[in-house]
Design a protein around this ligand. Structure first.
Ligand SMILES: NC(=O)c1ccc[n+]([C@@H]2O[C@H](COP(=O)([O-])OP(=O)(O)OC[C@H]3O[C@@H](n4cnc5c(N)ncnc54)[C@H](OP(=O)(O)O)[C@@H]3O)[C@@H](O)[C@H]2O)c1
Length: 322
């Protein structure tokens, strides 16, 4: 089947490690089920995999992709939850299972005509969402959902600062926060992305590092080193910074004096549980909120999507259709 894979690791030129072409059907446990992929979305995770982060050489070549929506063996329309837990772990929050992996880390991913997953990883696709929209939910949108409503515990009327407004996670947080009555402030290095964020529902948009008019209740930090100091300064005493990524580096000054003196909470968050993905899908139905898609490309043109993400040109998600 046609698929998009990492064939080696290249830290400096990740696109050089990308290969498009025929690959054998995925080999997985027999009890798993096959989904005919109708749409799959690109995440920064796929670029990290090409750089060799989280994907060891002995697992190459590896079909990339964590997210998909498609058609299950019984003909139903489904969203694929990308967190594969240990079947012995007894259920619960898969993201806390120490032996969990994401599709494309240990098992072949979704950038292919077919993907195989455990049956419990299938979540019904709301009829109101297209396959392209549904394919955006399992990583970026689920991550933003868990950050806002679980890890940061935001309530309507509170304020969240979202760093790096154009990203997949960031655009999800803007749309979800707005739909839930949370006041969303954003930063971006790009004027065009700040304008797009306001159009999407952000209350105010600031240049990266700009002083804010008042302190916020929580920060969604996915940029890391480049924005960390600003994130800490943006928080009110007792506020919460939720870290989901470190695109620009992972070794800023921790500023421990500020953390203890202002009693800040520094909280990590990874993906979300199957239950949270199902709730997110319902939330899109109830609220009418829809994933922000920058572009849809046939899988055969996946390289263009990867290049746009590597160049930070996107506002929202890239979706591939096999
Ligand atoms: N923990 C999890 O489960 C989880 C889930 C999803 C993603 N992540 C991680 O979160 C990060 C974002 O993921 P994504 O898929 O949303 O990626 P993305 O779509 O590529 O996000 C790009 C955004 O990051 C910002 N950015 C990048 N480098 C920056 C820099 N040096 N200074 C300031 N801003 C910078 C940009 O902001 P502007 O151009 O607007 O300034 C850009 O809009 C990645 O590191 C990813 O691995 C983690």
């Amino acid at each position: 089947m046609f698929a998009v894979s990492a064939v080696r690791a290249d830290k400096d030129d990740p696109l050089a490690a990308l290969e498009l072409g025929e690959r054998p059907e995925p080999e997985t446990p027999e009890s798993w089920t096959t989904v005919q992929v109708r749409a799959a979305s690109l995440n920064h995770h796929d670029l990290w995999s090409l750089r060799g982060v989280g994907l060891s050489a002995d697992r190459l070549p590896m079909i990339l992709g964590c997210d998909a929506a498609g058609v299950a063996e019984d003909g139903s329309e489904v969203i694929v939850h990308g967190v594969v837990g240990d079947p012995e772990a007894g259920g619960g929050d898969e993201t806390l299972d120490p032996r969990r992996s994401l599709l494309s880390e240990r098992w072949p991913g979704t950038f292919a005509e077919r993907v195989r997953v455990p049956r419990r990883n299938l979540v019904p696709k709301p009829a109101a969402l297209t396959f392209e929209q549904a394919a955006c939910l399992p990583t970026a949108w689920l991550t933003a959902y868990r950050v806002l409503f679980d890890r940061a515990g935001l309530r309507p009327g509170q304020t969240v600062l979202v760093q790096g407004a154009g990203g997949g996670v960031a655009t999800a947080a803007i749309a979800l926060g707005r739909a839930a009555g949370v006041r969303v402030w954003v930063t971006s290095r790009s004027e065009a992305k700040r304008a797009a964020a306001l159009e999407l529902g952000a209350d105010q948009a600031f240049e990266s590092g700009q002083r804010l008019p008042e302190r916020v209740d929580a920060v969604l930090e996915s940029v890391g080193q480049a924005t960390w100091a600003h994130s800490l300064r943006a928080l009110r005493p007792g506020g919460t910074i939720v870290v989901v990524g470190a695109t620009s580096g992972e070794a800023p000054s921790a500023e421990l004096n500020r953390v203890f003196f202002l009693q800040l909470s520094v909280v990590g968050s990874t993906m979300g549980s199957r239950e949270q993905l199902a709730a997110l899908a319902r939330f899109t139905e109830v609220s009418g909120v829809r994933p922000v898609i920058d572009r849809v490309l046939p899988l055969s043109r996946a390289r263009e999507g990867f290049a746009a993400m590597a160049a930070d040109e996107l506002f929202g998600k890239v979706v591939f259709t096999p």
